[in-house]
Design a protein around this ligand. Structure first.
Ligand SMILES: Cc1cc2nc3c(=O)[nH]c(=O)nc-3n(C[C@H](O)[C@H](O)[C@H](O)COP(=O)(O)O)c2cc1C
Length: 200
């Protein structure tokens, strides 16, 4: 059974509506470790060795975070800058992450239609996440499509609960190997794999 590491980064978790529920839903699952980066490193003083050990122990990595400025919260960027070292994550001898799977689980204030070529944000989520895709490629990992919760500010509690159930299905589905590799690489969002696609 593959093990999953959630690299969770939310700088204002006490005010969170979406991620609070997503995290609650997947807490305590067998073979799923939640690494809460802002809780662990409030001063941005990342313990690189601890992080590398955690990476080595898991097969599937999930960057879970709210979408901030079309990207990630600052501590997650700091984590990438420090932990994905040459000789560990990439480079001739940097093969420690090879064959691991990785993707983003994000929430956005913007709607699905805003994240289209003709929409307000002009680019799709997949296009904005290209830096993660290429980082995975450099580290010889497989990049999976993102799990996305759009319109986070407008969602009712029931809708957030529904998304947290979807997330649970995605996380346990990956852990239990129920998705085919072909479906995983082809899907636009993880949400599609559990029959809950966004449509325009
Ligand atoms: C500093 C900051 C930057 C943000 N940037 C974006 C953005 O670029 N695109 C977007 O759709 N939403 C953006 N948002 C909205 C967040 O994504 C939204 O607040 C979050 O998904 C809500 O999740 P939560 O309920 O777990 O806090 C931003 C919010 C903040 C505070």
């Amino acid at each position: 059974m593959p093990s999953i590491l959630i690299l969770f980064a939310h700088p204002a978790f006490e005010k969170s509506r979406t991620h609070k529920e997503l995290i609650r839903k997947i807490s305590g699952l067998e073979n799923v470790t939640i690494n809460d980066l802002y809780e662990e490193y409030p001063d941005f003083d990342i313990n690189v060795e601890r992080e590398k050990e955690l990476l080595l122990k898991h097969d599937i990595l999930i960057f879970q975070h709210p979408f901030y400025w079309y990207s990630m919260p600052a501590l997650l960027k700091q984590w990438m800058d420090l932990v994905l070292e040459y000789g560990f994550a990439y480079g001739i001898k940097g093969t420690h992450l090879r064959n691991k799977k990785i993707f983003n689980a994000i929430s956005t204030g913007g709607s699905f239609s805003a994240y289209q070529k003709e929409g307000h944000n002009r680019y799709t989520i997949t296009e904005f996440l290209a830096v993660f895709d290429q980082t995975a490629f450099l580290c010889k990992m497989t990049y999976y499509p993102p799990f996305v919760v759009h319109n986070s500010h407008l969602l009712s509690s029931e809708e957030i609960e529904d998304f947290s159930n979807q997330y649970l299905e995605v996380v346990t589905g990956l852990r239990d190997g129920i998705f085919s590799e072909d479906d995983l690489v082809r899907a636009n969002y993880m949400n599609n794999l559990i029959g809950r696609p966004y449509t325009l």
